[in-house]
Design a protein around this ligand. Structure first.
Ligand code: G3P
Length: 214
């Protein structure tokens, strides 16, 4: 399973990249806004930091606008993937961008049918939002499982990018189901190596090592 970081903060991305935890990056307008920087500058810096795919989201909501914005975003770097929100207009834009050889990531997916349509439109990535479904007492991971079954049934090449990840169990469940990618916030990434027995074991090793004659 590939690990992407869900962030537009270049310092977070550099730290996670140093840990080998950045197979790619997803951004969205809210994450970019937090940086206080121009969108294109943020994306250029991220694309230079990682060789993996970097999702950059359009702001237009009409097909022509999404297509134009997407073509411009794709010029920023070879590893840019154009992020398109799920909608009728978005599907038109995905088909047009795909026909131009531009990879797309269809975002804000909350139903298996939306994911099916994204795959049929030719999206390279589909982003179902697990955490936001959990937030409204709906089983977000069930969506990942349903999408996985649909994509296997019909041999779709679209990769499932499990998004809106809130904690390590989301990552475990996504891996057990067989999501292709999880995109993880930095604060979750930095918790993944932690375990009390690891800490306890290391402390004992170091304590015992002190008894070894030098
Ligand atoms: O960036 C897409 C998605 O991962 C954002 O999820 O719910 O943390 O805003 P959320």
């Amino acid at each position: 399973m590939k690990f992407y970081i869900d962030s537009a903060d270049i310092e977070e991305i550099k730290q996670a990249n140093a840990m080998g935890m950045v197979d790619g990056v997803t951004t969205n307008p809210s994450l970019v806004a937090k940086t206080g920087r121009k969108h294109e500058d943020v994306i250029k810096d991220i694309c230079a930091e990682t060789g993996g795919l970097v999702s950059a989201e359009v702001l237009a909501t009409d097909a022509d606008g999404m297509f134009s914005e997407g073509m411009e975003l794709a010029k920023l770097a070879d590893n840019v993937v154009v992020k398109i929100p799920m909608s009728d207009e978005g599907l038109v834009a995905v088909k047009r961008l795909t026909s131009e050889g531009i990879r797309t990531n269809v975002t804000l997916i909350f139903s298996p049918i939306q994911a099916l349509l994204a795959a049929k439109a030719g999206a390279a990535l589909a982003s179902p939002f697990v955490g936001r479904l959990d937030d409204i007492s709906t089983n977000g991971m069930e969506l990942i499982s349903q999408i996985r079954q649909i994509y296997v049934n019909y041999g779709f090449k679209t990769e499932i990018l499990a998004a809106s990840i809130r904690h390590p169990i989301h990552i475990l469940e996504a891996a057990l189901i067989g999501a292709d990618i999880v995109t993880v916030p930095f604060k979750v990434i930095t918790n993944l190596t932690q375990h009390p027995l690891t800490d306890k074991g290391l402390a004992q090793f170091l304590k015992d090592a002190e008894k070894v004659p030098q």
